[in-house]
Design a protein around this ligand. Structure first.
Ligand code: AMP
Ligand code: MG
Length: 390
């Protein structure tokens, strides 16, 4: 049995960042920016008014002073002339501030007639002018790789970037194995259950940028598994669920090896999830997840998500751990890393009493995996532990 760290490093050695493709900005949300992007313009490109009011010289910002209104500047159409002392230009938010003007007096602070204003109030210290390039200047660079959030999409649009280079989506094939399984919505026989973690994993991996193909369930026979694994061809990552233990009906490893899989490891010192298998099948990486629903989902978090991130070019690193204090005493941990289903509330973490790896109801309530390293000594309430947020 190897450690979680060794297993993850071995998995990282099986994958590389995928190719880069160019997509329209409007389709780029959530994708991983592959190359840095540099602004080719200033924003705003001119000094802009940030209020509706009158553009004047700051030396005219004097209570009671009357100024001649000589024109108008609107968003999109500048006033072509110059504002001299004693003059004002009607101006609106987003409009270029005319030559000579150094102050915008807000319209609420003046008494206006058709072509004159009198400044009634001079309590503002803000000139309400955004200098050219206040937001960003030509040359401002967005670093890569990084995930394109809605905020970054808005910033790229503002830079006049209409297409971006992103890492292509990893294609993942998911194969559920087990004669006892049927798809949700089907009518299970008396000895059958519903394939569940398949759908949980699809949701988990698509949320971080994978494209997941759910293949038909493979029964526990050599021909059925052979067909399923062949159907997965062309994917970047083949994930099997179940059939990876040592029972008579656990055939996934053998069938995959017959089809040419080079096994990288089998069995990891962790709970849940010990019977985890990995290898390389042609150009694809292959991960054999344990079938127990919670084991499959926990291994999805601990191993598959970092592998997908590595394929997306986001680096080969484990998911970040956070720290919290425990709200209960915990017994000494055994020789395997334990990823306990837990809840963080008010900064304190509590592990659920029932840690059976078949309990999806417990996993569904959990918002963290509390991490106990191998041979962690008994801990008292208030001790600090690491956890992975869910
Ligand atoms: P296995 O790893 O095939 O021995 O499966 C371990 C346990 O997980 C068994 O109780 C299976 O019925 C169950 N199981 C396997 N695959 C799935 C799946 N896709 N969804 C739900 N349960 C599963
Ligand atoms: Mg099985």
């Amino acid at each position: 049995m190897i450690s979680v760290e060794e297993a993850l490093n071995t998995l990282f050695a099986l994958v590389n960042p995928l190719e880069v493709e160019i997509v329209p900005l409007r389709e780029a949300a959530g994708r991983v920016l592959a190359h840095p992007v540099t602004a080719q313009r200033d924003q705003p490109p001119f000094p802009a008014s940030s209020m509706d009011g009158y553009a004047i010289s700051d030396s005219d910002y004097v209570t009671g002073r009357t100024l001649q209104v000589i024109g108008e500047a609107t968003a999109g159409t500048r006033f072509e002339g110059t504002v001299d002392q004693g003059q004002a230009v009607r101006i609106f938010t987003g409009a270029p501030v005319p030559e000579g003007a150094t102050w915008v007096v807000v319209q609420e602070d003046v008494d206006a007639t058709k072509d004159q204003i009198t400044i009634r109030e001079t309590s503002e210290s803000n000139p309400y002018i955004r200098p050219a390039g206040t937001d960003f200047k030509t040359g401002k660079t967005l670093e890569a790789p990084q995930i394109l959030t809605p905020q970054l999409i808005a910033l790229l649009a503002s830079m006049n970037i209409s297409k971006v280079s992103v890492t292509r989506h990893p294609d993942v094939a998911l194969i559920s194995t087990g004669t006892e399984l049927v798809m949700p919505g089907e009518s299970p026989g008396p000895d059958q259950i519903i394939a569940s973690n398949t759908f949980g994993l699809k949701a988990m991996l698509e949320a971080i940028g994978a494209r997941v193909r759910v293949l038909p369930i493979a029964h526990d026979t050599i021909p059925a598994l052979t067909t399923a694994i062949k159907l997965a061809k062309g994917s970047d990552l083949i994930i099997t669920i179940g059939g990876a233990s040592v029972g008579d009906h656990d055939l996934v490893g053998d069938v995959a090896e017959t089809l040419g899989m080079e096994r990288a490891f089998y069995k990891v010192a962790m709970r849940p999830g010990k019977p985890l298998m990995a290898g390389k099948l042609g150009n694809a990486a292959m991960i054999g997840l344990p079938g127990n629903p919670v084991s499959a989902m926990v291994c999805g978090v601990v191993f598959v998500q970092p592998v997908i991130r590595a394929m997306l070019g986001l680096g080969k690193t484990p998911l970040p751990h956070a720290k919290a204090r425990i709200a209960q005493d915990l017994p000494e941990n055994g020789p395997r890393a334990h990823y306990m289903r837990a809840r963080i509330e008010d900064g304190q973490v509590t592990a659920f009493e029932r840690q059976d790896s078949a309990l999806l109801t417990v996993l569904a309530q959990a918002n963290a995996l509390l991490l106990r390293p191998p041979h962690d000594p008994a801990l008292q309430t208030g001790a600090e532990v690491a956890f992975v947020p869910l």
